[in-house]
Write a protein that binds this ligand. Structure first.
Ligand code: NAD
Length: 390
């Protein structure tokens, strides 16, 4: 019997396991899913948990419940190395797991661009645990302010104004007044900065959507610093290229992502930002017996631009790789991956968003927010988690 091993229980890995079990019975193949945690994380909603607008429990869905009855062995463990030539995966706890077919769906890592002190002193928002840390830190800043009266405690900085940064800034703009009320401080003592290296926020997005986002956020007190690359983060301050310094005890870095280092270390052919080069079937170009999907891979879109590392493409790649492994087991031709970009919507806090759906239909405000919520519902329905309880 073949042994299919999937690394990562995020959007891509989970959908791959679910798709495989639609076509491949447990007598034809054993499937093992290896994940660092016992739960799947809804990382597209982390900005809400980081400010306390959504409970962290609601973003953690038990993998054993999602895969109940699917005959998928779930191994809780952290992958420490992949040896594609030996068809083996090593875990941090010393276990070695061998495979016939491997799917690497290990996601991305934060890109620090070598910025001095960023890794050491800034928060990142890539997991539920990090979101919890940010929330607790914000609370502690307000609590400390009551005793220390240091204005930098109430000055919050988000580095990067891509989709992740803007969504977080939107949530913070809505949530900080509540933190302030609870601490008994007035909002004129609280400052929220978004610092972006590019000349404007949401680089590359349609200008009218950018303008709407900027207007909405500015009206809620967000201070944008654009054309201002962060060059250094130290305890208590952040410095930008122009020499300007912002004194703060809170920097949350959303300045970009890169591929997973394990993929680079395993010797898979990668592009300069560590994402694996894959063929039309999502197999590694250097090791075609391994599928590499989701944020961990690099796929060129039809318009000659790399596909963005988004959740919707990760699910689609999970499904496509599940189908192609099935095809391989059945000895039929593989199907090229055809991305279907349904839209891009950036939330701007509670009940506001901007974006584009169906290629060019632009949405704003509450409608856009509801469209984003609907896509989240669709995803939960797809993975069978609509009525999931932890
Ligand atoms: P990103 O790379 O899209 O944006 C990072 C931003 O940080 C850029 O605007 C960049 O100019 C800026 N930056 C880089 N270095 C800087 C510096 N030194 N100082 C200040 N600013 C700096 O990263 P992201 O926002 O994490 O998004 C990653 C991917 O995930 C993207 O493809 C994005 O579209 C996608 N995403 C989508 C959604 C959504 O669909 N709602 C939400 C989050 C992320």
């Amino acid at each position: 019997m073949k042994h299919i091993v999937i690394l990562g229980g995020g959007y891509a890995g989970l959908l791959c396991a679910l798709e495989l079990r639609k076509h491949v019975s447990s007598s034809d193949a054993e499937i093992t899913l290896i994940n660092k945690h016992s739960y799947h994380q809804l990382i597209t909603q982390l900005h809400e948990t980081a400010v306390g607008a959504r409970s962290d429990r609601s973003l953690r869905l038990s993998l054993s419940k999602l895969l109940d009855g699917k005959h998928v062995e779930i191994v809780k463990g952290t992958v420490s190395a992949i040896t594609p030539d030996g068809h083996a995966v090593e875990l941090q706890d010393g276990r070695t797991i061998t495979y016939d077919k491997l799917v690497v769906a290990l996601g991305s890592e934060t890109e620090y661009f070598g910025i001095a002190g960023m890794k050491e002193h800034a928060f990142t928002l890539k997991s539920v645990n990090q979101a919890r840390l940010i929330r607790a830190h914000i609370e502690s800043c307000f609590a400390r302010y009551l005793y220390e009266r240091d204005p930098a405690l109430l000055r919050f900085v988000v580095g990067g104004a891509g989709f992740s940064g803007i969504e977080l800034v939107g949530e913070l703009a809505d949530a900080l007044p509540q933190f302030a009320r609870e601490a008994g401080v007035t909002m004129d003592q609280v400052e929220l900065y978004n610092i972006e290296a590019a000349p404007g926020i949401l680089p590359g997005f349609d200008q009218d959507l950018v303008d709407a986002a900027q207007h909405s956020l500015t009206s809620r007190g967000v201070r944008f610093m654009t054309g201002a690359a962060i060059v250094q983060v130290e305890p208590g301050r952040v410095t930008v290229k122009t020499g300007q310094v912002v004194e703060t005890h809170t920097v949350i870095w959303t300045g970009g992502v890169r591929g997973n280092q394990l993929v680079v270390d395993a010797g898979f052919e990668t592009e300069p930002r560590g994402r694996a080069k894959v063929n039309a079937y999502l197999q590694s170009v250097s090791h075609p017996d391994v599928y590499i999907i989701g944020d961990a891979c690099f796929v060129m879109g039809e318009e000659g631009r790399p596909l963005p590392p988004t959740a919707q493409l990760a699910w689609q790649m999970g499904i496509a790789s599940g189908k192609n492994i099935t095809n391989e087991l059945r000895g039929v031709a593989l199907e090229p991956f055809k991305p279907n970009i349904l839209g891009s919507l950036a939330s701007l806090g509670r009940k506001d968003a901007v974006g584009k759906v169906l290629k060019s239909y632009k949405m704003y405000g509450k409608m856009a927010y509801m469209a984003k919520e609907a896509s989240q519902m669709r995803y939960l329905a797809k993975i069978g988690a609509m009525f999931h309880s932890n």
